[in-house]
Design a protein around this ligand. Structure first.
Ligand SMILES: C[S@@+](CC[C@H](N)C(=O)[O-])C[C@H]1O[C@@H](n2cnc3c(N)ncnc32)[C@H](O)[C@@H]1O
Length: 224
């Protein structure tokens, strides 16, 4: 009996340790319980660069449709960047074509008291970016959902390329671009846009599930 209980306890302990190791929180920036998993390190790196470049205007395509509940699945970037904006006197514009996504993201923005620092726009991202006339310090591309269907994959890749093309003239030497859902079959959302950027003076800084890019002449001066 004693042996059975010991094995059981060992099993529970290894299960909990395994879960704890996999859990990638942004604590203390965000409460420990939210698991940002495959995006945690790229979010941290992006926010470090945002601090160094004193980013003020952050634009996200595809909003946090599940609020913070979606930290692990979708990223919850609207809230992560919104919180960063609140602490650093910046502003997030997040655009989404889907009414339900906008409603859910807005509810989370309200719950987190980020209304002064985040605006959720209900629009197709291409139309929104076409009309957006401010300089963009951080561009986060994460709209048209990727899937296993090759036709959808192509459309998603084309859409993210066109998003970048709509706003590229408003990016400056120290702008930061982050692209989500890249480490997926057939290149993910970033396939076309990353090739396009690499041909135009951008370089990859971090390449993982998300890809982080800056310009070749990005200033890495610590004093920035
Ligand atoms: C993966 S979710 C975005 C997740 C969010 N960035 C986060 O970090 O939680 C993708 C969103 O893109 C939106 N979307 C799809 N096509 C779009 C388009 N053409 N313009 C704007 N948003 C679009 C969807 O409605 C969906 O809410």
């Amino acid at each position: 009996m004693k042996i059975v209980i010991s094995i059981l306890l060992l099993g529970i302990a290894s299960f909990l340790i395994g879960k704890w190791i996999k859990h990638k929180s942004l604590y203390p920036f965000m409460p420990f319980r939210y698991d940002f998993r495959k995006r945690r390190n790229t979010f941290l790196k992006t926010m470090e660069l945002m601090k160094r470049t004193k980013a003020k205007t952050i634009v996200e395509t595809g909003t946090s449709r599940e609020g913070l509940r979606g930290a692990k699945s979708n990223g919850a970037a609207t809230i992560v960047f919104g919180k960063w904006a609140k602490e650093n006197n910046a502003f997030v514009h997040s655009v989404d074509i889907n009414e339900e996504s906008v409603k859910n993201a807005q509810a989370e923005v309200d719950r987190q008291h980020l209304q002064e620092f985040v605006q959720i726009h209900h629009s197709d991202s291409l139309a929104f970016l076409e009309d957006f006339n401010e300089t963009v310090d951080v561009l986060y591309l994460d709209s048209y959902d990727y899937s296993n269907d090759p036709e959808v994959q192509k459309k998603s890749q084309q859409h993210h390329l066109e998003e970048f093309q709509r706003i590229e003239d408003q990016l400056h030497d120290n702008s930061i671009v982050l692209i989500d859902d890249c480490d997926l079959p057939n290149g993910g959302k970033g396939k076309l846009v990353i090739d396009y950027m690499l041909d135009r003076g951008w370089k990859i800084l971090v390449e993982s599930y998300q890809v982080l890019l800056v310009r070749d002449n990005f200033i890495f001066d610590e004093a920035l």
